[in-house]
Design a protein. Structure first.
Length: 651
């Protein structure tokens, strides 16, 4: 982690009393904040809260209605837009449009300068000096090499780099734009949803890069795990106001919960005081003390106004879903096998198989997530299981009594002119009260239930579709990237719903927070094989080990075993009982080194947390803070012990 110096705290950007109104709706209401050198700030808030609008104002493309945005001391700002239409697709993957144009101009000037008899030689030399200075400022001389390194980290292959940018997919173009921005090394990085279209490996690379980045970072993200790994401050944009929270997303959650608890007490006390003062006012009126009555009226009016303001601070708080979920309890055997695959293989003509010899089961109580890099075949496997793809080898066996439900990345509705309430009526037998209560649990309250489906955002469509789908109570629920298009609040609504769901779930997801919260296990794609793991962390350890073997083919056995140690079959155990071969020793050494590197990072983070907490202690420190300090100390001690043990094994 970076150490903070006085130089680090130099202000780069100041937002002062900025307001913005769209269509009579006040998105931003006199907000102010500063971004200093070295800051790592995550801007969060619901979809439509005004986060991207604020970024575009900082970029200078949208003017504020009121207030000012100040870029200090020639600060260079780099901006990654969320939408591909706002990005520059010019040039090839390794060169931006500006680099290509500068190189062309330099070549033209060099050609003209070769004629030493030209009368305008002085002007040409001046122009050439200016162009080469700009080329150097853009990092042109080593731009291509640095682009190769960054794009490799973001998961693009040498074949991808040889193609024109316009021929790349949306996800590939997003990664090229991100790489160009990183290579330019601006003082302040503005990143709007940078993890869109990134698989886990690319996200981990970006997280590590941002942790070491020398400039400041201000990012918009709904990826809670990503925020946890990269942010030291969380700013929440809510009801037109910005409120900062120190720490990452986990720290924000704890502080937000405490704020809401305190705010509810403030509201409750104000309500009691308003009621008491209203009673006193009525007494004054009954006793005909008119001057005192009017004075008390003003007191009640002021208290009522303050109560309204304090209630507004709670209106945008996290939705808490305390309910027993709608699907009725299932009386069947939780270990009943609903779906099974046998030697399932899928290959397209002339290509290597996407996956081969896939064998797994889904039981009635399973909640599993398919994980793996982009393009490995997760969605294709889901389509095969759903019967949407017919050409494959092997068998898919589904229980004859099992009902299946599916929610894909594109959310279809039969009638886009229905409103939300009508759609739920059409797909259930609920009364109006039951329907409204259910929709409220999925974030649709009051007049929202009368919105036409055609005007819903991507996140609202997902929530409505899932709400209706769960009414059908399928035995197996198939989900393809269910958290895509959802803001943080909607993701938490969805996760709470799925946690309460009593049927089996098989989901495809890159959302590590979702995977940890909603799955009981993962099915991981490694080298065309799909293997079971207890959790995502165990899968990533196996995936990294497999990648190490691929980089060093001389150090790996003919067919490396990348499966979870909890799923070693009987034949493997017989082989192990004959003694550990040298290939396994090398693999164990690689895993041990990887674990040591992870532990070193954990120790550094825990020690920094320890120092930060010690520096914050004072006579006003709450007992809870000391409890957190003790827990952190205990965790640090445990990590030390594991590190020492592994280091001894390594030596």
């Amino acid at each position: 982690m970076r150490e903070t110096s006085l130089e680090d705290k130099m202000p780069l950007l100041s937002v002062q009393q900025v307001s913005k109104t769209y269509h009579s709706r006040k998105l931003l209401d006199r907000i102010s904040f500063t971004v200093d050198a070295g800051d790592r700030i995550a801007l969060i808030g619901s979809n439509g809260a005004g986060k991207t609008t604020l970024f575009r104002m900082i970029e200078g493309k949208v003017p504020p209605d009121e207030g000012s945005i100040i870029h200090h001391s020639h600060v260079i700002i780099g901006y990654l837009a969320q939408n591909l239409e706002d990005q520059d697709p010019g040039g090839n993957a390794l060169k931006s449009r500006e680099i290509v144009e500068l190189e062309a101009e330099m070549a033209s000037l060099e050609n003209q300068l070769s004629d030493t008899s030209r009368p305008d030689m002085k002007d040409l030399l001046a122009r050439y000096a200016k162009v080469t200075a700009r080329y150097e400022a853009c990092g042109g001389y080593d731009f291509e090499q640095r682009m190769r390194e960054v794009l490799a980290g973001l998961g693009l292959t040498a074949e991808d780099l040889s193609r024109p940018v316009t021929s790349l997919s949306g996800g590939e173009r997003m990664r090229v734009s991100l790489a160009r921005l990183i290579v330019q090394r601006p003082d302040l990085l503005l990143l709007d949803e940078p993890t869109n279209h990134l698989d886990t490996q690319a996200m981990e690379w970006l997280e590590e890069y941002l942790q070491k980045y020398s400039g400041a970072v201000l990012l918009i993200s709904h990826d809670r795990y990503f925020i946890d790994r990269t942010a030291s401050t969380v700013m929440e944009l809510e009801n037109g106001q910005i409120k900062p929270y120190r720490g990452n997303y986990t720290a924000y959650l704890a502080q937000k919960e405490q704020f809401i608890s305190d705010q509810r007490q403030v509201v409750a006390q104000l309500e009691k005081e308003v009621e008491r003062q209203a009673g006193v006012t009525q007494t004054m009126l009954s006793h005909r003390k008119m001057s005192s009555y009017h004075a008390r009226e003003k007191v009640v009016a002021k208290l009522s106004d303050r109560l309204t303001e304090e209630k507004k601070k709670l209106s945008g708080g996290p939705m808490r879903m305390s309910f027993t979920f709608v699907p009725e309890k299932r009386d069947g055997d939780p270990d009943k096998i609903l779906l099974q695959t046998r030697n399932l293989t899928k290959a397209y003509p002339g290509c290597e198989p996407l996956f081969e010899n896939v064998n797994f089961q889904i039981k009635a109580s399973d909640k599993l997530v398919l994980v793996g890099p982009n393009g490995c075949g997760k969605t294709t496997l889901l389509s095969v299981l759903l019967g949407q793809v017919a050409e494959f080898d092997g068998d898919v066996i589904i229980s004859s009594s099992a009902e299946c439900g599916y929610m894909g990345q594109f959310i279809p509705f039969e009638d886009e002119e229905r409103d939300i309430l009508e759609e739920l009526y059409a797909r259930s037998e609920l009364s109006e009260t039951q329907a409204r209560n259910l929709l409220a649990r999925f974030g649709f309250r009051e007049i929202d239930v009368f919105k036409k489906i055609s005007v819903l955002s991507g996140g609202e469509r997902s929530r409505l579709y899932l709400c209706c789908l769960l009414q059908e109570s399928p035995d197996i629920l198939f989900l393809d990237e269910p958290t895509n298009h959802l803001d943080i609040q909607s993701r938490e609504i969805l996760e709470s719903a799925l946690s309460e769901y009593t049927g089996a779930i098989l989901a495809v997801s890159h959302d590590r927070y979702f995977i940890e919260k909603c799955s009981h296990g993962v099915l991981g794609f490694i080298s065309r094989h799909v293997l079971p793991y207890e959790n995502f962390s165990q899968f990533r350890t196996a995936e990294k080990a497999a990648q190490e073997f691929q980089k060093n083919p001389g150090d790996r056995p003919t067919k490396p075993d990348v499966r979870s140690t909890t799923h070693i079959d009987a034949e493997d155990k017989k082989v192990q009982s004959r003694g550990i071969n040298r290939a396994k020793e090398r693999r164990d050494a690689a895993l041990r080194k990887e674990r040591l590197r992870t532990l070193e990072k954990e120790i550094e983070e825990l020690e920094n947390t320890q120092k930060s907490m010690e520096a914050s202690f004072s006579k006003d420190t709450l007992p809870e803070e000391y409890a957190k300090y003790a827990a952190n100390t205990e965790k640090l001690s445990a990590v030390y012990d594991e590190y020492i043990t592994l280091s001894e094994e390594e030596s």
